[in-house]
Ligand binder design. Structure first.
Ligand code: ADP
Ligand code: MG
Length: 355
């Protein structure tokens, strides 16, 4: 898995029978690859060539992570049924006529280098069936986090935040609720040269700017009904820049962006599952203590937990979800939930590059 935060690659070895992770490796992207992937999120020169090279580089990075995982866990490649490989999203334009979603990854090169079947391009089929192609993790969240006697919600705090609604009666909902880390990461990178605001410490030195918060919350995406998904296509630095006023202190803007992430997630939960008493947070944003505290404050009566409390460390959940989706492909089962993505029906997701 490599998500919109562009922090790098999380690989897990996943036991699909027991639904447990038995190994985890994280490898950061090189600064050059990260910059190029970020640049490819917006139109630019010679994109086809650059995208092909980036897709090769992503495949090599994935192959390295797979090799490290096999080594660290003492696993032979022939013991692994498949690699579920997400690739790097650089465009996400689902919906309507001619929708598409693009995850850069050379699946053929990964299969060649890893010597294991590769299941990739896991979102396109759902988009082809009229769906958003995202989020795809709610079905996995159901498999690992649902309770028989209570409605439970799960919140993935990646570059973008997405909420899964796991109703006790078996229904599953889910949608992207807004930016989680991507705007905060971009702001601290441009003002302090840091990849992210550890623990939300810098945001905590600032004050929320009410006028800015109102301007940010006016974005129509936040009040759209599900199904809905988003990405850097919408929540990019220029989106923020257009809403800033001169004289605003950088730390106050950071505090406001943290508040935006917490507010949009909390408001979405209150709107879609007001009865929830448990919210399980995962993704790197669950390590942002200030963000987690703010979520808990905005959701009185809701126990805000980390997925680690349920035995799945926060950095492993989404990677495990894509391993699980590859398992669905390999066992000829559909992976999408039309109630979540809006697709015309259940579909077997992914394309296979045999070893
Ligand atoms: N200790 C931390 N404090 C604050 N934020 C963190 C911390 N660790 C990770 N993050 C955030 O989590 C992001 C990575 O989360 P991840 O779940 O990998 O997202 P994605 O799926 O978009 O790649 C980082 O870019 C950063 O914003
Ligand atoms: Mg990541």
């Amino acid at each position: 898995m490599s998500g919109t935060s562009l922090d790098g690659i999380d690989g897990v070895l996943f036991d699909a029978q027991a639904l447990v992770v038995t190994g985890h490796v994280h490898a950061p992207f090189s600064p050059a690859l990260r910059d190029e992937l970020l640049a490819l999120n917006t139109p630019g020169d010679n994109e086809l060539h650059r995208a092909a090279l980036a897709a090769n580089a992503v495949a090599r990075g994935y192959a390295d992570v797979v090799a490290q995982l096999l080594e660290a866990t003492g696993t032979r490649r022939d013991e692994v049924a498949a690699i579920g490989a997400h690739g790097q999203t650089v465009r996400h334009r689902p919906g309507g006529f001619d929708g598409y979603t693009t995850q850069l990854l050379n699946g053929a090169l990964l299969a060649e280098q890893a010597g294991i079947d590769v299941v990739c391009d896991l979102r396109s089929r759902d988009v082809a069936a009229g769906g958003q192609g995202a989020p795809l993790v709610p079905a996995f969240h159901r498999a690992v986090f649902a309770a028989p006697d209570a409605d439970v919600a799960a919140l993935n705090l990646g570059g973008i935040g997405n909420l899964s609604l796991l109703f006790a009666d078996g229904r599953t909902g889910g949608f992207d609720c807004g930016p989680a880390n991507c705007l905060m990461d971009g702001w601290i990178a441009s003002h302090r040269g840091l990849a992210y605001d550890t623990g939300g410490a810098w945001a905590a030195t600032g004050q929320v700017l009410p006028e800015l918060l109102t301007a940010l919350l006016a974005e129509p995406f936040f009040t759209l009904p599900p199904p809905k998904s988003t990405g850097r296509d919408l929540f990019h630095p220029a989106w923020l820049q257009a809403r800033l006023k001169p004289g605003q202190r950088p730390e106050d803007v950071q505090a406001t962006l943290l508040e935006l992430s917490a507010r949009t997630a909390a408001d979405a939960l209150k709107a879609q599952m007001p009865q929830a008493r448990t919210l399980i947070a995962c993704g790197g944003g669950a390590r942002n203590g200030a963000l987690m505290r703010r979520l808990a404050e905005l959701l009185p009566g809701v126990q805000v937990q980390s997925s680690a409390d349920r035995g799945l460390p926060v950095d492993q959940v989404e990677a495990a979800a894509f391993a699980w989706l590859a398992h669905c492909f390999v066992t000829h089962q559909p992976g999408n939930l039309p109630a979540v993505t809006g697709a015309a029906g259940r579909r077997r997701l992914g394309a296979l590059y045999p070893a």
